[in-house]
Ligand binder design. Structure first.
Ligand SMILES: [Zn+2]
Length: 393
């Protein structure tokens, strides 16, 4: 199969400026040739030609933090405990919604029953219309904290076993959740955060020994501190990161996946549904904290990869453009927000054949009717989405 995207403005994701009037030839799912439209040697009558005039071509977007098992919205936590048939069916639908918004690769960082792993396999086999999915099975958390349907442990051996079980179940990465005790279950004299530095070191060691990346949910000041210094591959959320934490992350090459969409959506529901004052205040504080952390992280030079946490919080699927907009609002240049959503995300996920538009790479592409380098909101103006060279939306 041969495809020519003709006379397009190309932003290739490497950090170079966009180039006008290029043509991109795709053969057998990969980028075969890139050059000026006038220099293409083939016969336009014999290939599928897509008119690129007045359009911008960018690499397929990557969302490093989604949960296709939940739809998000105001009652996102309750949705995680819906019956399994419900969760499975909608995971398929939501993955397609995500693909249609330009997301050709996603990390699903946790689902009940390990639905994410089954979903990733179905996507890989071409059975469903979905992004290329890298799945964590379920969250690994200390017993008595976080959600009850995570894989729970108390002692070091149990933690090592939990990681081995995830890997044996087919997970592509490990996801751990640092969190405080759930209401009323904290034992006397126990620390605020039982999944502490020592346990996290064990988790990082165990994951890396097996050649797996480890993503760490850190949603409160203590967890942010512990996670920033532990050498995890990515710190998810990070609304309470302070200067010394960000310096440690820059030194450890730990990516920040800020998931600002969640707090943005949460505040919307807090106001629209008239939540109690305390909850509204919490939404405002989290939103503010997350924006401050991103602004500071950019200054310190922490690597940033885009993640929406669609499904895992109030944020809904198919709205990756909003996260990129929020990044720009926090002081990132549009091209840096786009890098966070393409080549930087690819580096975090370990997708060396994706994330940029270069000869030889997999042809995951998004064609837009405007230039997102000028206005990041252009990410909503999708003309076509190509996955391995096939038009899928
Ligand atoms: Zn999440």
């Amino acid at each position: 199969m041969q495809l020519l995207i003709d006379e397009v403005q190309l932003w290739d994701g490497t950090g170079s400026p966009a180039q006008p009037k290029l043509s991109v030839e795709v053969r057998d799912g990969r980028i075969h040739w890139i050059g000026s439209a006038s220099q293409w040697q083939g016969n336009r009558a014999t290939v599928r030609v897509v008119d690129g005039r007045a359009r911008t071509l960018i690499p397929g977007l990557m969302d490093c933090h989604v949960h296709y098992s939940s739809p998000g919205g105001p009652e996102w936590i309750a949705r995680f405990t819906d019956p399994l048939p419900e969760i499975s069916m909608r995971a398929i639908e939501l993955a397609e919604t995500s693909l249609r918004s330009g997301v050709t690769t996603a990390r699903d960082v946790g689902a009940p029953y390990g639905v994410s792993i089954r979903l990733a396999r179905a996507a890989r086999a071409g059975e469903i219309r979905a992004p290329n999915i890298r799945a964590a099975g379920t969250w690994i958390a200390h017993r008595g904290t976080y959600v009850s349907f995570a894989r729970l442990f108390e002692e070091t051996d149990e933690l090592r076993n939990a990681i081995k079980t995830e890997i044996e179940s087919g997970a592509d990465l490990i996801k751990v959740a640092l969190a405080g005790w759930n209401e009323g279950v904290r034992p006397q004299d126990a620390p605020d955060i039982p999944f502490d530095k020592k346990l996290l070191t064990v988790a990082v060691e165990e994951a890396h020994k097996a050649g797996f990346k480890i993503a760490c949910h850190a949603n409160d000041p203590t967890s942010c501190r512990i996670a920033a210094h532990a050498g995890v591959d990515s710190l998810e959320h990070g609304m309470f990161l302070e200067a010394q934490d960000l310096e440690a992350m820059a030194k450890n090459k730990t990516y920040l996946v800020p998931t600002m969409s969640v707090w943005d959506a949460m505040l919307y529901y807090a106001r629209a549904i008239d939540w109690p004052e305390a909850r509204k205040k919490r939404a405002e504080d989290l939103r503010q904290g997350s924006r401050a952390a991103v602004t500071a992280a950019v200054k310190v030079g922490v690597k940033i990869a885009l993640g929406t946490d669609a499904g895992g919080g109030a944020a809904r699927h198919g709205r990756i453009a909003r996260e990129a907009e929020l990044m720009v609002e926090c002081g990132m240049e549009p091209r840096h927000a786009l890098i966070a959503a393409t080549s930087s995300a690819a580096a975090l996920i370990g997708e060396s054949e994706r994330g940029t538009i270069e000869e030889g790479k997999i042809a995951d592409l998004v064609l837009l009717d405007a230039n997102p380098l000028e206005n990041i909101g252009a990410l909503r103006l999708i003309v076509d989405v190509f996955q391995e060279g096939r038009r899928v939306a």
